[in-house]
Design a protein around this ligand. Sequence first.
Ligand code: SF4
Length: 381
Amino acid sequence: MSSSGALIYIGAPFFIQKKHFHSILTGLDSFMIHHANNPRWMDWTWQHAHSCKDVATLREWLASTGTEFHIPGHQFNEITSSYRMGITPYYFGLIKQYDNTDPIYRQIVPSPDELKILPEELEDPIGDENPARGSRPLKALIHRYTNRVLLIPTAQCAVYCRFCFRKRLVGDTAHNAREEDLQKAYEYILSHPEIEEVILTGGDPLTLGDQALRNILKALDNIPHLRIIRIHTRLPVVNPFRLTPGLGNIITSIQKPVWISAHFNHVAEITETAHQHILGWVSMGIPFLNQSVLLKGVNDSVEALKELFISLIEMKVKPYYLHQADMVQGTSHLRVPQQHGLELLRKLQGELPGYALPHYVLDNSDGSGKIPLQNQWVTTI
Ligand code: SF4
């Protein structure tokens, strides 16, 4: 292993630019070196298939770094019985400090704090399925805004983020769309000429195979009044190998513009690997946005947010939204008070060019949409 120059080489699959290296340096001595000669490390399907899903694997991975996992088995089962765990080997390799002080560990390793459910916390904190609004007319489709719909082809994700606002459905195969559900969704969109944009979300649409994605994109491309397609995905962060040239070609073969909205929350997630894969797609003409969630102990400082947003711009990804964490059950340990979020954004305004500053927003729990929070600076700060 050499650490001289701008690039650090650590075995066949690993070239890491030094300036982005801080996030994985500690883990190299153990977990990463264990995988250094794995010829399939850069195969997204291998990463997906070898995700850590049970406590025995988690203990094994942590033990390989010399770390003992302190949550007893029965408590771990209690936490994951209501919300599963999933960690790709790649994402685990980004952990630097194997405890709750690490921004990656904190986002992805189950914590006993999740068992604390506050009275004001909700199962469906953004009102996806508010019956009063009738916003989920079909299994695979949510229609909350007049001119855009969410299409949910799968409920599976590559990882299971501990703060997820759709904890109630992600990972549950009962929520995966069947072909007939997708056909009904296409018919719905076709019969609603006011719909201009379809957002593929989930779950994570990029966990689907190329053929399934091609079919969905082609079907949407054939709807004349539809103008834009957007894909919400965390794969560029947790399994960037999914951004293959082959899938890029499928996306660019679509006549309508297809925007990718990634989900980076911390600069430690912006590795050279992620950078190169995103730039590969950007060079094919695929535009990127990013949505982040403001998370306690992860990115709740001016320094962390500034570095995240500037690094996104360097990667040609536009910071779009910074979400106030939703009132989802068992996530109070990750939520930042809104007042603190406003202070952070106000300070960032002087530190960043306008195009690098995302909109700080809160999703209304009644399903009526997003509330921009910056407007409150004048009156609350
Ligand atoms: S990838 Fe998105 S939908 Fe899936 S668990 Fe994470 S936040 Fe939730």
